[in-house]
Write a protein that binds this ligand. Structure first.
Ligand code: WT7
Length: 652
């Protein structure tokens, strides 16, 4: 049974000697020839070894325009994180220019368009020219190093060009997933203070067109700081063009295909990426240039055992999420790899799409979030749908067939890259199904007891997952709110990074993730804060109070369940309309994937005497797990629970 959000499926597993795996760090000074356990224990017990390790890795992974003088300057107690100080480099030059001598004609990007069979190949030489032209255009438009630009574009070559063009001239990009509503987009443009927005006329996904430019038009109405909107052409449909709008490709074509890569400080923000937290508005996590690139390139190489020039890496994530940033764009390109840009959906034109694509393009790796499609595949396989027979075979052979081929990887927007994964040390040890198992080199996960605040040292055990040692790829701040950054991640367990997840450690010390311990939920791999959805629902004039929780859903992983108390005097005849209006409101304020799957009107919510909603109880009700509701005597009104159970049953 597969239950983890992100997994690597290794297609066409190469025959490798076990000895290869023990000598991955050949040429790395005293770390050469150490196996995983030896390396980890030397890094764990000796800080100067750790420093030396990341120094050699930093020098080895990247091209520096000016060498760094200090490996790290971190103090997790005060949320201070800095790596490779004194160094200067450019991320775009590291992802493109340094490969030109040896890989100019190698494919850098394979664009798998929405309609199967329309793949487009882009070489490193072409990538260089396109990125330079757009970088030149951005410079001409007045953008300069230190500015920010928002990208609201579908997964495809143009968004990669724009990300790297921004990096080339020192502009931090903030990619906003092209499924977000105009309101959500506007909030992000305002928060990050973007002068420039880059979008696409229309996106095409799953055979449907999505009006991106029109959404941007609606968003920028409330964003006076936006001076320019560049519009990339995907469908060529005529979209309204106003005075600040400029066609991207037409203007870039007239610009120079040579644009110098600006030397940037190691700690210069490379990008800002918004993600949901348990409270408040989404947070713009800030990632650095050097540390992020060191870490994503290293993890891409080791966690996925990636061999540039031979392997075709198929991470099917949208570029709008961290997985797209780290393992579609920066990791693979920094390593001189060939990377897939997947424009479609897992179920278009049918649920065999991933496997059909993998076969047609000859992918060697597929990195995906299987909660949705694989469960579908399993069902279809069982009922023997002939159309999907091939897909089922793929699944059976590559996914179900041998657990050695699957790597469950744990990480977060905040961590920049994979932190826990079975891969770096597969030295003959079995890879256990559905658990990420081992920390990446130099990382030190710890389990903390939330009640006592003390570390849980024995095994097996369960606790809140924290990280003791800093690593180069971790987020540096929340854009414009370092205090919130420190409070969210570094205050609960002083001196440690708190992930927000729970984990268990088995007797052998292997880690298994048990899920969020806060009010963050994960719907088809998209992270949502329940408070965001509550805010959207609460804004409706008929609503008095709401409580939103996530509940297990067999296709989506988790789905949204909203409990809604209406204001006095709202007519019961309006319930049908209200249900539609409330769903609409969530769609308009956030995105379609945030819309509650279930919405229950109720007269009361389970609250403590001090007025705190007991979400634990709501979760049990939603999951119909009535037996473990537990003690309800501390509730202000225990009868609420019985009423909710009955309504819930009725609602089914
Ligand atoms: C949350 C982070 C995976 C990076 C992209 C998503 C959950 C992540 C696993 C895993 C179980 C996982 C956690 C985490 N998660 N990986 N292998 N097994 N849960 O990044 O959107 O920031 O979400 O995804 O709950 O906190 P994200």
């Amino acid at each position: 049974m597969l239950r983890c959000p992100l997994q690597l499926v290794r297609l066409r597993l190469p025959v490798r000697q076990l000895s290869d795996l023990t000598t991955k760090f050949t040429g790395l000074g005293s770390f050469s020839n150490l196996n995983y356990d030896q390396l980890q224990s030397s890094l764990r017990t000796d800080s100067s070894q750790c420093e030396q390790f990341w120094k050699l890795i930093g020098e080895q992974q990247l091209n520096w325009m000016q060498p760094f003088h200090t490996v790290s300057d971190c103090d997790l107690k005060s949320a201070k994180i800095a790596w490779y100080l004194g160094g200067k480099l450019n991320a775009s030059a590291n992802c493109i220019d340094r490969h030109l001598a040896t890989r100019a004609d190698q494919t850098a990007l394979i664009w798998e368009q929405d309609e199967p069979g329309n793949q487009v190949y882009i070489t490193y030489k072409q990538l260089h020219a396109e990125v330079c032209r757009i970088a030149s255009l951005l410079l001409q438009s007045g953008l300069q190093a230190g500015d920010t630009a928002v990208l609201y574009m579908p997964t495809g070559p143009p968004v990669v060009y724009c990300m790297l063009a921004c990096a080339r001239i020192g502009v931090a990009h903030s990619v906003v997933f092209a499924g977000f509503s105009a309101e959500a987009l506007a909030a992000r443009i305002q928060d990050v203070g973007a002068k420039v927005v880059i979008t696409t006329d229309q996106a095409i996904r799953g055979g449907k067109t999505v009006e991106l430019k029109r959404t941007v038009d609606a968003a920028v109405k409330s964003c006076p700081m936006v001076e320019r909107v560049f519009v990339s052409t995907r469908t060529g449909a005529s979209v309204p063009m106003g005075s600040i709008d400029v066609p991207l490709e037409k203007n870039a074509a007239a610009c120079s295909a040579d644009c110098a890569a600006e030397p940037m400080d190691s700690e210069q923000p490379l990008f800002v990426l918004y993600t949901s937290g348990s409270t408040g508005k989404p947070k713009g996590l800030v990632h650095s240039t050097a540390g992020y690139l060191v870490y994503t390139s290293l993890t891409h190489q080791h966690v996925f055992d990636y061999r540039p020039g031979q392997d075709i890496f198929g991470c099917v994530a949208d570029v709008g999420w961290i997985t797209g940033h780290s393992y579609v764009v920066y990791g693979p390109l920094a390593n001189g790899g060939t990377t897939l840009l997947f424009e479609s959906t897992p179920a278009y034109p049918d649920v065999g799409r991933y496997w059909e694509t993998a076969e047609r393009l000859g992918l060697t790796h597929i990195y995906l979030s299987p909660t949705y499609d694989l469960s579908r595949l399993r069902v279809l396989g069982c009922v023997g749908e002939p159309l999907n027979h091939e897909a089922w075979e793929w699944y059976h052979r590559w996914v179900g067939g041998g657990h050695r081929d699957i790597a469950d990887t744990w990480w977060q927007t905040e961590t920049g890259g994979v932190c826990i994964a079975p891969r770096p040390s597969a030295e003959g040890a079995p890879i256990l199904p559905a658990m990420p198992m081992r920390p990446f080199y130099g990382l030190e996960p710890v389990l903390m007891d939330p009640a006592t605040g003390a570390e849980v040292t024995e095994s097996p055990a369960e606790g809140h997952l924290c990280m003791r040692r800093p690593w180069p790829g971790m987020a540096r701040s929340i854009w414009g709110d370092h205090k919130r950054f420190a409070e969210t991640y570094y205050s609960q367990f002083p001196g440690l990074y708190f992930t927000g997840d729970g984990a268990s450690r088995d007797a052998q010390g292997f880690l298994h993730i048990t899920g969020r311990v806060d009010d963050v939920i994960n719907v088809t791999g998209h992270r949502l804060g329940t408070a965001e959805i509550e805010d959207a629902l609460d804004s409706h004039p008929a609503v008095s109070e709401t409580a939103v929780i996530g509940y297990p859903h067999k296709l989506k992983g988790e789905a949204v369940y909203a409990f809604v108390i209406l204001k006095d005097g709202v007519s019961i005849d309006r319930l049908g309309d209200l249900r539609r209006e409330l769903k609409r409101r969530v769609r308009d304020r956030i995105a379609a994937y945030a819309v509650p799957e279930k919405l229950l009107f109720t007269d009361g919510l389970p609250k403590t005497r001090s007025g705190k909603i007991m979400r634990r109880i709501l979760k049990r009700i939603a999951a119909e797990d009535y037996d473990s509701i537990g003690d309800i005597s501390t509730l202000a009104d225990p009868s609420v629970v019985e009423a909710l159970k009955q309504h819930h049953d009725l609602y089914q």
